[in-house]
Write a protein that binds this ligand. Sequence first.
Ligand code: MN
Length: 383
Amino acid sequence: MKSIGILGSTGSIGTQALQIVDENINKYDISYLTCLNNYKLLSQQALHYRPKKVCIVDSSKEKQLSKLLKNENIEVYSGVSGLHELSSFRTDLLLNAIVGSDGMIPTINALKNNIQVALANKESMVMAGWIINDILKENNRRIIPVDSEHSAIFQCLTGEKVSNVRKIILTGSGGPFRTKNYNEFKNIEKKEALNHPNWQMGKKISIDSATMMNKGLEFIEAYWLFNLPKEKIDIIVHPQSIIHSIVEFTDGSMKCQMGYPDMEVPIRYAFSYPGRSNSSSRSFNFLENDKLTFESPDYEKFPCIKLAQEALKSGYSHQVVLNVANDIAVLKFLNDKISFTDIPKVIDKAISSHVSIDNPSIDEILELSEWTKEFITNEVINV
Ligand code: MN
């Protein structure tokens, strides 16, 4: 039995992960589950999967959750401190499916305790890739990526030497506004931005896909996960989302990982790694999908990609501010406080206004996060 702890179990990745556990009840066992505030679903999951511990990060919901789990012999934790405590709790595998910056400390905690991490929270790598890689090196471990592109690259690199990589090519669908005229961008409404053509995902990442900041964050994520120079990382738009990424080797040979767009595949791989498990998913039909197309990303229409690439070039603190500013800007857009085209503007302003720090420590990253949250909130009032 492999014990699995899931952070963010009520979200899009978390619920899909639990379906995989359901199909493999003799292989996987849930050690703990956490969520932000959906206490009803968390209690149902707890009663079904019988973890030892659960945590609700929104403490105001703790009473309701405890009531639903009374006499069940499941320990209830709450708040950010509860989440941090659980992320250090012994388990064979921790799946971090938290949305946004809040996922960073749990990733670091788990790695410091030498726990194997499957990472769906790309923001951890963007905000603290240098710290995370130091811990991984010390423990001689690797993160198993759950982001579909990075899972693809990870799978292509299995059995290969990174020194034999000529380049990696991250694919992206281009999002819902790939063909939309830029003149119409300022009127983009939230429901259009949430409506991704290929992937069913949570709200934050759907907006990130619409602005293409998602690809920018993934560029930084790839840099830290695979320890490759930025010049060896390319981005290409592939609207059908069938090829999930490509690795080109020094001898000119290329490998790609492909299949229908379905997050179950990378989650399943992370759970079964280094082996593979069985899935009842349909086989890919080449004859029904005979048009796979590719194009350059439009950096003018989607300035977020360049913002991320510039942040990676400029320094570690720039990546922290980029990530937190994006988290907050997306939230403000979802709350109708700013327009779609304001998102890159406020992020850019936050990055150029911050005081750069060379090699920020965890405490400095957290301070910088607070500064960024405040900056964006003040900035939004003036938009
Ligand atoms: Mn992705």
